[in-house]
Design a binder for this molecule. Sequence first.
Ligand code: NAD
Length: 285
Amino acid sequence: MPAKLLDGNLLAKKMRTEIAANAIILAAKGTKPGLAVILVGENPASQIYVRNKIKACQDTNIHSVLIQLPQNTSQAELLVQITKLNQDPQIHGILVQLPLPSHIDSHSVIEAIHPKKDVDGFHVANAGALMTGKPLFKPCTPYGCMALIESTDYPIRGARAVIIGASNIVGKPMAMLLLQAGATVTICNSKTRDLSFHSKEADILVVATGKPKMVSAQMVKPGAIVIDVGINRLPDGKLCGDVDFDEVKYVANWITPVPGGVGPMTITMLLQNTLEAAQHLHVRN
Ligand code: NAD
């Protein structure tokens, strides 16, 4: 029997309804959640991502500001914008769309965002706090993957989890979240020997490599939960993940599609983090 579909669109819709309701409640108490998105340059994919984020804010009663800067913006000019947003009481979350043009040091830019407004969860203060189990904000993509895994009701505690991919924005924070939920975690990377040996152990397999369809049915334990983070564009223009969905769906018990799996959850968790940032501020005031 084919795997059950872990439908990110469906879960995202349910969560966004709750976020929208909570945003109205908070606004009625005097704090309307606000997100600022900064886009530098004209990268077409980034323009689409940014548009989707602004639209998602509008749909969930979150105030949003889009700051579009030209490709030749200097790092100093960008840092001035971030300083202004750090001080703006109407803005609770700041997101700088990556990648930035090559003349700008992304690390310095992310470190300039106040950790209490770092709704992407990329600031070292949040990354470090995630290690100790107390992040202000969880990075959006792994946070969304956790929500999908939790929606299956499979007991994470004691499960074997394997993550293929060890990036700072997906693989590593994903490992921390699963570890904190009580899983026994293995992180694989491009140098891992005998990848199948590890992947076949996984009750929960998360794949984030950017390599189209690299995980085949033979690499998956029967009955596993398979979360495919990858977004790859094929020569025919279609999108596919890092997992061979058509094969693996006959081995796994649960599987995310691409598109419509992790993608919609990433934006949803950005909205959730912005709401939480505004709630924290409201409690402090
Ligand atoms: P990255 O390039 O920063 O990291 C890739 C990781 O995969 C590295 O740790 C690398 O060692 C590992 N890897 C590469 N080939 C491998 C192989 N053959 N075997 C084992 N490990 C291998 O990528 P990233 O930023 O983590 O993104 C990964 C994928 O997820 C991309 O397709 C990206 O577009 C997608 N992504 C999707 C979302 C979303 O919202 N759905 C968010 C972020 C990233």
